[in-house]
Ligand binder design. Sequence first.
Ligand code: ZN
Length: 487
Amino acid sequence: MSNLLIYNSLSRTTQKFEPINPPYVGMYVCGPTVYGPAHLGHARPAVTFDLIFRYLRYLGYKVRYVRNITDVGHLEHDADEGDDKIAKKAKLENLEPMEVVQTYTEDYHKNMRLLNCLPPSIEPHASGHIIEQQQLIDKILANGYAYESNGSVYFDIKKYAEKYRYGKLSGRNVEDLLEKTRTLDGQDEKRNQCDFALWKKASPAHIMHWPSKWSEGFPGWHLECTAMSTKYLGEFFDIHGGGMDLQFPHHECEIAQAVGAMGHDSVKYWVHNNMITINGKKMGKSLGNAMTLEQFFAGQHELLEQPYTPMTVRFFILQAHYRSTLDFSNEALQASEKGLEKLLSAVKSLDSLSAGKSSSFSVSELKEKCFDALNDDFNTPVMISYLFEGVKHINLIKDGKEGLTEADLNDLKKLYHDLCFEILGLKDETAKSDNSEVIGNLVDMIQQLRKTAKADKNYALSDKLRDDLNRAGVKIKDTKDGYEWSL
Ligand code: ZN
């Protein structure tokens, strides 16, 4: 179906992409923990896996893209100790935890729409899969890779390491991890410090808990992804993605849980995007450079010289390979802003070009180079550089210095539309005038209905339509010879 090569973080090699059950592709990506507004760190994995989703679909695969919402069990320290992030926020703001979840899930969705990320096929919540997580714990316990301790259940790394390699994804050495065991004073519930929680008994102050045979408690963070990925994609599926920061412990633990429960890993290709830095520094709350996407789009942060539109951010992310680090600086973002403008205005002028005498510019060669780049582990920066090469020719054609036959010109138009809009997922943010034209047509339509209603002396309906328009944000003023409208 394709010549796609994909880098597998587990084998650390680039492999030919061969889905387990073509044309179907199962892709699971770790989603956000929804305890605060969507921030810049959310943008990169979202755009990266949106590109992969779009490209696989473009290639003709039927992709089931599952991205979870973490709304329980993600604790503050090492993901496994301390307060639950959502419960803490709920307590602080005197909200029901699910209000926190609802608020920030919607915030996340709004920002994803702005970034033009397609919604996943399934977006399961951890809190909606407590039973599946408990069933998974039962299996791991039955296989002897977990133990119960004081109402909690922990994964037994030492036992697991006797048969399997814990640490194979992140490259950690299990002996080093187990070394830390000696620092335990015997009071700890865990046999080894590196053992991780599958189920935690809730303390009386803990507000999110469910009944289980072990205790009134809640699942460990790592468990949800194993439970939900295998529920929706099966025991074997193609792609598991996430940010590189999730490799350890989160994804390492996911592998251990899958093997511990089913006797085998479920994932064929592990794919990780690299991290974002800001002016060369790691992003973090303590460093004062963490910013929400809303701040970013509004230019409301002391580090920002101006606002950057969602498409500038998207294009900027795609101008780096997903496995490279990406440094956000005003200078680099402004360069991307200009580049995007240049690219999209070339696409616009391309649409109005007409055919002429052909010259040496080869559309099929350009097409091949672009798709070769994409097939080389989604190499968008190289692909985009070819798009800019093509822009030079588009401008020459516009100036009458080069020409293309009708067929070649149509191919070129299709190529730019496919690559820019369908695959890279860019959109023209300045195209507001088209929108107002559509809105105008709709308002005309509704006004016609009002006219008919009035002619029938159905004034109630006519007024209702006007009020409904008002509520939808369209203000109507009836005038002597018609009407006026405004947004
Ligand atoms: Zn996950």
